[in-house]
Every structure is written in C-alpha cells, then in structure tokens.
Write a protein that binds this ligand. Structure first.
Ligand code: ADP
Ligand code: MG
Length: 339
C-alpha cells in the first residue's frame, strides 16, 4: 500500500491552531495585550471598531522587535520567552507558546509596525491568512503597533458564529479589565468606535479599581493581606452589604495572570458565609503569588485555567484570610435583606 500520511502545510496547521487560540475578537485582544505587557510597555492603547470584527489595534511603547524578529514572530512555536522545557517551570511572562501571532495572522489581515530602542527606522509587515504580502522599513515610534483587521475573513462559518456587537464588546471589555487590574502600574486606554471607554493612568491597585468601577467603589473595599510559605495573598474584597445578586466582580490573579477557579471561588464564598444577603455573591479582587514551580499553566491554550500542586492548602488559607479581613473590619451578619 502507498504511504498516505503528509505533514500539513503551515498555513493549514496555523488555521487549525487558531481555532483554539482565537475564539472571538476578545481572544485577540487578550493575546495582544499580554504581548505588550511582556514587552515591558508602560503605556498601552487599544482601539476597537465594530466590536473587534473590523479592527483591533494595539499600540505599545515596549521594547519592539528587530527586522528579523518581526518576521519570525508570525512563525508557529516561535517565541523569545522560553528556550527549554525547564523554563516552563519558572515562567515570568504571560506568553510562552509562540502561537498567538501565527494563529491570528492565519485568520485575519494583520499590519505590524515595530521598532526597538535605538533604531532609526522600524519594520512594517502586512500578512493575510499566513501569507506575508508586504515587508518594508517604515517610520514608527519605539514600540509595537499591531492592527488586526477583518477577523475570520477566510472562515465565514466562524465569522457568522460571532455574537452581537454588544456581546462581543462585553467580552473585549472583560479582557481589557482583567489585564488592567493585573497591571495597575501600566497606563492603559481603550477606544471603541472613536469613543474613549477607559482612560487609566498608572497608579496603585486601589486607584485602578476606582478608575475602572467608579469613585463609589473606594468605600466598599476591604483590604486583604496574608503571607504564608506557599502563597502571598493581596487585594480587596467588596463589603458584603454591597454585594450583588447578579454576577459581581470576581477576580483572581495568580502571579499577575487572571484565572478562573471554581474551587478557590468557593473558598472566598465560604469566608462570606452568613454575611451575604440572600442569593448575593461575594465580589473580590484577589492576587495570589505562588512559586511558578507549584503551578501548571500549560493545561489550556487560553491559560485561564491553571493547575495548583496544593489546592487544598490554598483553599484553607484563602478562606481564613478573607474571613479574618472581614472580621477586622467589624462586618456583622446582615439581618435586613431588603435594602
Ligand atoms: P508568545 O507570546 O507565546 O511568545 P506570540 O505569538 O504572542 O508568542 O509572539 C511571538 C513573539 O513575538 C514573542 O515571543 C515576542 O518576542 C514577539 N512579540 C510579540 N508581540 C510583541 C510586542 N508587542 N512587542 C515586542 N515583541 C513582541
Ligand atoms: Mg503572546
């Protein structure tokens, strides 16, 4: 029998990978914001048109890329962030898979402009569906600008599957807020269809929370702080009387990365036991720092789920820490549920 197995061409492999990495415009926003953070940006601007379906443009003042790196950045499994398998256990960057730009370029029109510090001119690359259609030198400020246009232009089924502009822009705002909350020291702004949605100057965590969620949030915050051998916990919970019945603000960050974790969410809820009005849910901004060796971030391409070596201890620490903070602020059980 003749041999029938062939390696897939790159653009096909990229498009398949894109199915996992790029689910919707918000996934592109997340990947590009994280790249800007990893590049050491101090200012990041996000411009979105038509809920990201027409344009997602991110401009950073980070370290930029050389001419060759700019081209390499679109190759699959091409990364400057890790070099060996051991590096996976001491990650201090958001990215490491080297898949995002290759995936995004497989399913959109991408225009990259980038210039490292000290260079007179930068590089412009235009790439459409994994094919580079133009590369030239260009004048551009230090840093990187990536414009992603016409997402899923070559996958009509995916494009049609996108939700309404309201839903898609909500997802984008969620991603923007998660990154903004993880990095209060970085100035960030977001524009949607010419209107400015967020203008967040560099500041501390409290200022960032207030800048995102409004001035009244300030009085609702209860600080949380604990340091143990396996974890450092920092951040704020919202006083129980201000909790909401709908999904409130529930944010966990592990080593500056937003994560979802039902088990840890349960630990916080348990700390609020007896304090919350009927059916209300605890709201929180909690930052855990753990040794990178004790977590596995590599279980899902979007990296919002991570695996902890010792989830049970984390649960216990989190519950008692939050309980203690609430107690210190003399928060008594709520008796009147109908406020
Ligand atoms: P990863 O982030 O996992 O390394 P990406 O596909 O997102 O993979 O990016 C590939 C590489 O391109 C990065 O490792 C980095 O070297 C470079 N890069 C991407 N975005 C930027 C940026 N905004 N500024 C500087 N370099 C960037
Ligand atoms: Mg990346």
């Amino acid at each position: 029998m003749a041999d029938i197995i062939k390696l897939l061409p790159d653009h096909v492999a990229n498009q398949i990978a894109a199915g996992e990495v790029v689910q919707r415009p918000a996934s592109v926003v997340k990947e590009l914001l994280e790249n800007a953070i990893d590049a050491g940006a101090t200012t990041i601007k996000l411009i979105v048109k038509n809920a990201g379906k027409t344009l997602i443009h991110i401009i950073d003042d980070g370290k930029g890329m050389s001419n060759t790196d700019a081209r390499m950045s679109f190759e699959r499994h091409a990364t400057s962030k890790i070099a060996t398998a051991e590096d996976l256990f001491k990650l201090n960057t958001k990215g490491f898979r080297g898949e995002a730009l290759a995936s995004i370029a497989a399913v959109a029109h991408v225009e990259l402009k980038t210039k490292p510090d000290g260079n007179d001119v930068g590089t412009l690359i235009e790439i459409e569906g994994s094919t580079i259609i133009n590369q030239e030198v260009c004048a551009t400020p230090k840093g990187t600008s990536i414009a992603v246009k016409n997402l899923f232009f070559n996958i009509p089924a995916r494009r049609n599957f996108l939700k309404s502009n309201n839903v898609e822009s909500r997802h984008i705002i969620d991603e923007f807020q998660r990154v903004a909350l993880a990095h209060p020291g970085i100035a960030m702004s977001m524009y949607h269809n010419e209107g400015e949605l967020f203008h967040l100057p560099s500041g501390n965590l409290k200022q960032r929370i207030v800048n995102i969620f409004g001035g009244k949030t300030n009085e609702k915050l209860v600080p949380v702080q604990e340091e143990t051998e396996i974890v450092t916990v920092d951040g704020f919970v919202i006083k129980p009387e201000f909790s909401k019945k709908t999904r409130g603000e529930q944010f966990f960050f592990v080593n500056d990365r937003f994560i979802k974790n039902a088990y840890l969410n349960h630990a916080v809820s348990a700390a609020f036991d007896g304090l919350l009005p009927d059916r209300a849910r605890a709201s929180y901004f909690l930052y855990l720092k753990v040794d990178p060796k004790t977590i596995d971030i590599n279980i899902h391409p979007t990296k919002t789920e991570i695996k902890f070596d010792d989830e049970h201890s984390l649960y216990a620490i989190l519950r008692s820490t939050v309980k203690h903070s609430l107690g210190q602020f003399n928060i008594a059980p709520v008796l009147d549920f109908d406020r």
